[in-house]
Design a protein around this ligand. Sequence first.
Ligand code: UDP
Ligand code: MG
Length: 141
Amino acid sequence: MAVERTFIIVKPEAVRRGLVGRVLARLEGRGLRLVALEVRQLTRPLVEEHYAHLKEKPFFPGLVDSMVESPAVLGIVEGPDAIEVVRRLAGPTNPVEAPPGTIRGDWGLELPHNVIHASDSPASAQREIQLFFGPGPGAGR
Ligand code: UDP
Ligand code: MG
């Protein structure tokens, strides 16, 4: 068990619906700690770089649109095995398949609107923290 940092985005549609507090409460309630948090209007180039590995997917244009249509909330979350723990709290990508009790299963319904992004590996976490928060002490405060 290693203390890790992972990167999350409360997606714009969930911010518009007023779900930020409830989503963050799930993470904090589990024992994870927020080490950075910011409301930010994302730009198209940044989102395209973040999701570059999905560029050829048919859903890519709609995904990018959904991430820039209003502000998102970006965070860095720290705790034991934080990367896997947050992915499990988020639940499966498709909210229809996400079980109740998961963030996506409780508050998502239709792709691409699945409430939260969470890094899927240590390499992704490091890359995404750097991409969104830049270099800095401890890779992002
Ligand atoms: N997505 C979509 N349709 C799909 C698969 C994914 O709209 O069939 C969107 C969804 O918002 C997802 C994002 O693309 O969160 C990134 O996809 P990925 O496969 O990385 O899923 P995640 O890591 O978010 O679970
Ligand atoms: Mg992913």
